[in-house]
Design a protein around this ligand. Structure first.
Ligand code: GLA
Length: 677
């Protein structure tokens, strides 16, 4: 599959919010900024179908023609994330119900239940109408189904669908009772009609029920997506279909599983931090997206090449939304400093995104998100943000040649179900979290300059020298076998606390923690010691741990670091176990930043992991893309001082040759086509 020679650049375009006279100016400004792709129609259902079955496509015809004439491609959205008011009034039973039993009303967006037949029928009908009318329109390059699937519901339709899903998963009630351990607190079910979604209840809810509901709901939303996808695909198999993932530590769906059903993984990313942590979050999200994209690769027999300017299916992904300027954190909006839009965008491109897209093109005068930033802000095009948008378009235009895989010798296991399960009530600490552990170790890897891929259990691991399990709480027998095979075959594994403690039904594995991994890790934890927010443990190598500690017993492993002081004084904290041709390391606490960095340096040295660019100074991020013939080195200066990095090649943003070193101004970015030899 070929990859188009221009990166995608643009964003959500909502012409329905503006009089037609603004559209021509929009297209002129898009051309000035070298926009290549815009998402149209995301929330336009009420403007496309103002009454049941009555369609008003004339304005959309005009918009698509105008964009096509301007040379701008379209990601045409199905508007099903925002049903019109007439729909809610005609089908009150399709409005979502909260866990407390409150039925929500229209007046925002996402006011539907995805398990309700009336909603699914109406959503498929408007998707089909769009497919029939636009599947062969020359502007349409991509279908963008819905927007950020991530709602939930507890209505009766959902409960019935949940029971059907549970029957398929557990076979019969005996299987369900066993998986959910309903013998505890007398929850034994004797009739399927007694089983409901996990509605608000008196005290701690059943963990098996909570976990299965998350899995079921992810599958339900996926079915809502795939039925639209199939209809769109049938109208023209050459147009790829996707939906944009919403991210967040609440993890709405199992993105890895979804990735096998999209032609292009598309993610929306709004860092929740405004300081340097935003750069770390950018790197993590891009590494996650690339991991999901590998799942999408090759699953769909492609019947036609992708339209020019869009990636093929093989491992490509796209940053579908990000914020040009202000982001909302901690109750107020923060302005992005000059240069940061470029740095974040290229941070995604470095890690495999086929471009940078934004929410949104033009800032609206009203509506709920009237103060959300836009490429054309309220001030209009004579503004700092629009000038930076023009610079970004020019920069992206110069990077069309960049391709190939992202260099990584570390793999990080990410698991949606472990994320859900470590949010359950009744755990030993409310501070636990799989995604927090993923972020903590990714941050340490990022700071050490090690390239990292994210994987899910069962993925091929060839070429990775180190595999990291960050609190992979749920481990089934197949995953335990996969891990053991990797280590015994010569790999290095670093597992952090609670990994393997429970099975796929969130039942604790008996015999001592970390359950499924005891033999591989050569340790047994009898007790755990959750730490208070302001508490920490000290290690005898000078390190510090937080959140968690354990009473560890060695059963084959060697001690790498011990606890120092307190009740665990002298007991192992970090261990290493030789197994087959490899080694399995265990970390029984959450090392703080410097401690993690030191530990990773030790593990990396033993495992043969090297930084992407050993000569990059502290604070300069280096990412390398490579194919058979060439390599490209992205350098990001996250410091407030000028930095120099030895390198040779051509710097693509300035089109200047580099003979000895690149000089990066504070906050600067360089992209080198490298010359070796
Ligand atoms: C999400 C949505 C957009 C918009 C942005 C900004 O990513 O997809 O429609 O709401 O958030 O809040």
């Amino acid at each position: 599959m070929g990859i188009g020679d221009r990166l995608c650049y643009g964003g959500d375009y909502n012409p329905e919010q503006w009089p037609a006279r603004v559209w021509a100016e929009d297209v002129a400004l898009m051309r000035q900024a070298r926009v290549t792709l815009v998402t149209v129609g995301v929330f336009a259902w009420s403007r496309l179908e103002p009454a049941p079955g009555r369609y008003t496509f004339d304005w959309l015809d005009d918009v698509l023609d105008l964009l096509h004439t301007g040379g701008i491609r379209v990601a045409l959205a199905t508007p099903t994330a925002s049903p019109p008011p007439w729909f809610s009034l005609a089908h009150p039973g399709a409005l979502p119900v909260t866990a407390d039993g409150v039925r929500l009303h229209h007046g925002s967006r996402d006011t539907y239940c995805a398990a309700t037949p009336a909603y699914r029928t109406a959503a498929l009908r408007i998707a089909a109408a769009l497919a029939d009318r636009y599947a062969h329109h020359p502007a349409v390059a991509l279908w963008h189904v819905h927007n950020e699937y991530g709602t939930t519901c507890h209505c009766e339709h959902t409960a019935r669908a949940f029971r059907r899903w549970l029957t398929a998963r557990h076979g019969d009630l005996a299987g369900l009772n066993d998986a959910w351990v309903t013998s505890f607190w007398g929850q034994h079910y004797s009739d399927w009609a007694q089983v409901s979604t996990p509605r608000a209840t008196q005290y701690l809810a059943n963990p098996g029920q909570l976990l299965d509901f998350r899995r079921f709901w992810s599958d339900t939303l996926l079915a809502a997506y795939t039925e639209q996808r199939d209809r769109l695909r049938a109208a023209n198999p050459a147009i790829p279909v996707t939906t944009n993932y919403v991210l967040g530590d609440w993890v709405p769906v199992d993105h890895a599983r979804w990735a096998t059903e999209v032609d292009l993984v598309a993610v929306d990313h709004y860092p929740s931090a405004v300081d340097g942590a935003a750069e770390e979050q950018t790197a993590l999200v891009a590494d996650l997206a690339r991991g999901w994209a590998r799942h999408a690769a090759g699953r769909r027999p492609v019947t036609a090449p992708p339209p020019a300017g869009l990636p093929g299916t093989a491992g490509a992904w796209l940053l579908m939304e990000s914020a040009p300027n202000q982001i909302h954190t901690a109750g107020r909006m923060h302005t992005k400093e000059p240069g940061r839009m470029l740095r974040h965008s290229l941070g995604h491109v470095a890690r495999g995104s086929h471009g940078a897209m934004f929410f949104q093109w033009r800032a609206p005068a009203g509506g709920a998100e009237r103060f959300h930033s836009a490429l054309v802000p309220h001030a209009g095009p004579d503004s700092r943000v629009f000038r930076e948008a023009v610079e970004l378009g020019a920069a992206l235009d110069r990077l069309g040649e960049v391709r190939g895989t992202v260099e990584a010798s570390v793999a990080l296991v990410v698991d949606a179900a472990s994320g859900w399960a470590l949010r359950h009530p009744g755990l030993p600490s409310t501070r636990l979290g799989h995604h927090e552990e993923v972020a903590a170790v990714h941050r340490a890897l990022w700071r050490a300059g090690f390239g990292c891929d994210t994987v899910t259990a069962g993925d091929p691991l060839d070429g990775y020298r180190l595999l990291v399990l960050p609190a992979l709480y749920l481990v089934d027998d197949a995953t335990a076998g996969w891990l053991s095979g990797y280590v015994r075959g010569g790999g290095h594994l670093l597992a952090t606390y609670l990994s393997g403690a429970a099975d796929e039904h969130a039942r604790v594995r008996l015999g001592g923690y970390p359950g499924a991994l005891r033999d591989l890790l050569g340790v047994l934890a009898e007790e755990f010691h959750p730490l208070a927010d302001d508490d920490h443990v000290r290690l005898d190598d000078g390190g510090t741990g937080r959140i968690w500690a354990e009473t560890l017993r060695l059963s084959g492993a060697d001690t790498v670091a011990s606890y120092a002081g307190g009740v665990l004084d002298g007991r192992p904290a970090v261990t290493r176990h030789r197994a087959g041709a490899g080694a399995a390391w265990y970390v029984s606490t959450r090392p703080d930043g410097a401690t993690y960095r030191g530990l990773l340096d030790t593990v990396a040295r033993t495992a043969g992991v090297a930084p992407v660019c050993a000569t990059a100074p502290e604070g300069v991020e280096a990412v390398r893309r490579r194919d058979e013939d060439a390599s490209w080195l992205f350098l990001f200066n996250h410091t407030d001082r000028e930095q120099r990095v030895p390198a040779r090649g051509v710097e693509l943003l300035s089109a200047k040759p580099v003979e000895a070193a690149v000089t990066l101004p504070p906050g600067g970015v360089a992209v080198l086509r490298e010359r070796t030899g």
